[in-house]
Every structure is written in structure tokens, then in C-alpha cells.
Design a protein around this ligand. Structure first.
Ligand code: SF4
Length: 426
């Protein structure tokens, strides 16, 4: 069950990030150019040094102050001597799926969180107002497709690897994909307790900082050789945690990604289980930093939803939809309803017709992303049969609802939706 206290924002302050043990000063990574300029000015440097720092941290992905050669050597030495550090979260372990998906355990202080790289996306969120590029997929030659090993493989990603090693790995990685989706975490664990989700088993351990949220993106982009502005990479905030229960840090992370890294918020989608106060705050965000919105619906009505998502007892479907209506959508933007198909529970054609009525009733420009449930140990549900998934998709689409079936990605390495529990087996 969701602890109602956890959903109260006033309680979240005490959950906010612990600093990495042994760090004498907070990391620079996570501060925006303005805050970095303030730091520089306070230490007797020109404020524009802050912009140089931001460029080094967020655009050049440098990991050590000593590597920031745009700063004078004596300044670098002084910053290091004073205990400053870049402090970007690093990839501690990487697992590669047969399908090319990579699941990372990213170090966040003493903990790890999960980030999932899906080359060629998952046919769900495309993040840019278009649907996932079936045409593009067809145009990819076999040579351009991922050269995944035949078995899941643990890939060590040493934080000590040299720049040439990193560069050669990045070049190799980049030759294998045309577009990609990156799934990002917002909390260590989760309090929402969706009954079909492995992350829920961890409970909530803590909120990630803005730097830890943006750092997952910058670290994976560096590993994959992503060039911002050239490559089509969509971000989905659908990893571990409920972003709207860590609202301030989540949006601060988004602002870093938009303003300092240079990503478009229209290539980002945040998914919420239906935290109404969070959706209401989200509706107030400026369009130039607001990601697109997905609601994790997962059931055709309140009775079934309350069974599989206890959060529904606090905010039912109608309350969630009322809050979503407050969001001013961009031209051509649609709200996504995520829908996990659980065998015998949510996957019947009658459920599809009910979902269609529900979506129509919202009056919102909307689409539905279907996800065939991914199995996990100790979770009391079954995967839907492929025929049931197809019948559901056809029924919903036949009712005139734009419907997309997300490809399961990385099931063999516990990287798929609802499977993120920091599993360390390949
Ligand atoms: S599905 Fe999302 S909101 Fe629900 S328990 Fe899992 S991580 Fe939390």
C-alpha cells in the first residue's frame, strides 16, 4: 500500500539526497550555469568561468576538474585542493540484452539506480510528436542494427577507463543505432507500490537529486557517443520511482537537460502513476521546459485500478483526468495513456472497449501505449497471450483510439518495464 504520508510533499524534504560519503563539498554536477557562476564569483573568479564549467560538465561530459582545460591550470589545481569535484553519477555496471538494449546500474552516492538504453526505441514513446519511426526502422540495414551478443553479457564499464578507450567504445556503439530511447530513474526505489512492478518491492529509499537525474543522461550519452542536435534520442522518465513524488528535483533535472545539455523537452516524456498535486504543478510549467505527459493508467476502471495500483484509492481516474485537463498541450501534442496488459486481469476485449470509452470521455487528444506485462519473481500475475494482446490492440484501435504496442525490450536482463529492481544477474 502507498503510505499516504509519502505522497505528501512536505514529507519529501527529509528524503532528499544524502551526499556521497567522504565528499568534502557538494558535487558541481547538478548546478546550472548561473549557480556555477555564483560559485566562481564567490571564490574571486570572473562569473563567466561558471559558463565554462557548465560547458565542460554538460556538453563536453568531462568527469574531472583536471580535464577542464578551458580553465587556467592554477584555478583547476585550486578547485581540486579546495575539495571541489565534478561528481557526475557514473555507470557502475552494464548489462547487454540479446536485443541490443543496455541496462545500467548508475552510481548515485552509496546506491545505484537503473537507466535503460534502447537503440531503435520501443515503438512506444517517440517523444517528438511523431509516432515511432516504422519507416526509419525499415530503412535500417542489417549492418546498422545492433551487433548484440548471442547471450546476455555483463559489460564492465570501469569508471577508470581512459579517454581513448572511451572514445573507441563510443564510436563502436554509435555505429549500431539510428535512433534510441533512454529510460531514466527519478528515485531510488518507489513508494507507489503498483502490484505488477518489481521496483515496488524495493520500497522508497530516497529521492534522486537533479544532478543524479540529469547525470544518468549525460553518462549514457557519453558512453553511446550521442551528439546532441544530431542524434534522435528520446528520454522517458519511466525508470525507477515516481517523478511527481520528487517533483522539484525532477523538474530541476529536466531544466539542466534542456538549458545546459541542450535537449528539447518535446523529446522527453514523463510518466506518472497519477499524483494529482504533481500533475497540477506540472500544468504550470513553461512549455519550453515541460516534457510531454504520460499517465500510467493500466486498468479500464477504478475497481480494477485500485486493486493493481493502490494509489488509485487516493486519486481516482476522474481526479487524475481532471488534473491532466489543466495542462495546456502544444499543437499536435497528445497525452499518452500507458496500459499494462495482465493476463485475465486487464487484457480482455471488454476491457479494451471500456478503455476506449474512458479515453473518449476525457476529451483529450490522446493515444494509448500497450505494454504486455513483463514477468518478475514474486509478482502474482501472468503474461498475456500474444493472441490476447493482439485482440486488445485491434479492439482499441477499432474504436478509433490511436494505439501502439510497445516492443518488450531487454526482458532477458530485467530491463523491461516494471522489471527494474537493480538485479545484478545478466
Ligand atoms: S510502476 Fe512506476 S510508480 Fe508504480 S511502483 Fe513501479 S516504479 Fe513506482
Amino acid at each position: 500500500m502507498l503510505d499516504p504520508d509519502v505522497a505528501s510533499e512536505s514529507k519529501l524534504v527529509s528524503l532528499d539526497a544524502k551526499r556521497p560519503s567522504g565528499a568534502s563539498l557538494p558535487p558541481l554536477f547538478g548546478l546550472d550555469a548561473e549557480a556555477l557562476s555564483t560559485r566562481m564569483a564567490a571564490s574571486g573568479e570572473p562569473a563567466w568561468r561558471g559558463k565554462q564549467l557548465a560547458e565542460a560538465l554538460y556538453r563536453q561530459s568531462l568527469r574531472e576538474i583536471s580535464e577542464i582545460t578551458t580553465l587556467p591550470k592554477d584555478l583547476r589545481q585550486r578547485l581540486v585542493a579546495e575539495g571541489w569535484q565534478v561528481g557526475r553519477p557514473q555507470i557502475a555496471q552494464a548489462f547487454k540484452s540479446e536485443d541490443g538494449t543496455e541496462r545500467y546500474l548508475v552510481q548515485a552516492g552509496a546506491e545505484t539506480v537503473e537507466t535503460v538504453w534502447m537503440p531503435e526505441g520501443d515503438d512506444g514513446e517517440s517523444g517528438d510528436g511523431t509516432e515511432a519511426g516504422a519507416e526509419e526502422l525499415r530503412s535500417v540495414s542489417p549492418q546498422q542494427k545492433s551487433h548484440a551478443p548471442s547471450n546476455p553479457q555483463l559489460l564492465a564499464d570501469s569508471v577508470q577507463s581512459s579517454a581513448p578507450e572511451r572514445a573507441s567504445r563510443e564510436l563502436l556503439s554509435h555505429s549500431t543505432w539510428r535512433r534510441a530511447t533512454l529510460c531514466v530513474s527519478s528515485q531510488v526505489g518507489c513508494a507507489v507500490n503498483c502490484q505488477f512492478c518489481l521496483t515496488a518491492k524495493l520500497g522508497l529509499q530516497r529521492n534522486l537529486t537533479a544532478g543524479e537525474i540529469a547525470g544518468q543522461v549525460v553518462s549514457v550519452f557519453a558512453r553511446q557517443g550521442v551528439e546532441v542536435g544530431r542524434d534522435r534520442v528520446n528520454l522517458v522518465f519511466m525508470g525507477m520511482g515516481e517523478p511527481f513524488l520528487n517533483y522539484d528535483n525532477f523538474m530541476a533535472g529536466v531544466r539542466l537537460l534542456v538549458k545546459e545539455v541542450g535537449l528539447s523537452p518535446q523529446r522527453m516524456t514523463v510518466s506518472t502513476s497519477g499524483i494529482v498535486p504533481g500533475i497540477e504543478r506540472f500544468a504550470q510549467e513553461r512549455a519550453d521546459v515541460r516534457p510531454k505527459l504520460a499517465i500510467s493508467l493500466n486498468a479500464p476502471n477504478d475497481a480494477i485500478r485500485a486493486e493493481i495500483m493502490p494509489i488509485n484509492r487516493k486519486w481516482n481516474i476522474e481526479a487524475v483526468v481532471d488534473a491532466v485537463r489543466q495542462v495546456t498541450l502544444r499543437p499536435r501534442e497528445r497525452v499518452t495513456f500507458e496500459y499494462v496488459l495482465l493476463a485475465g486481469v486487464t487484457d480482455q476485449p471488454a476491457h479494451a472497449r471500456e478503455v476506449a470509452r474512458l479515453v473518449r470521455r476525457t476529451g483529450l487528444p490522446a493515444k494509448v501505449n500497450l505494454i504486455a506485462w513483463n514477468p518478475g519473481p514474486g509478482i502474482p500475475y501472468s503474461m498475456p497471450a500474444p493472441a490476447a494482446v493482439e485482440a486488445f490492440r485491434v479492439t482499441l484501435a477499432g474504436e478509433g483510439i490511436p494505439t501502439y504496442l510497445r516492443k518488450p525490450r531487454g526482458r532477458d536482463i530485467y530491463a523491461a518495464c516494471g522489471q527494474l529492481k537493480r538485479t545484478v544477474e545478466g
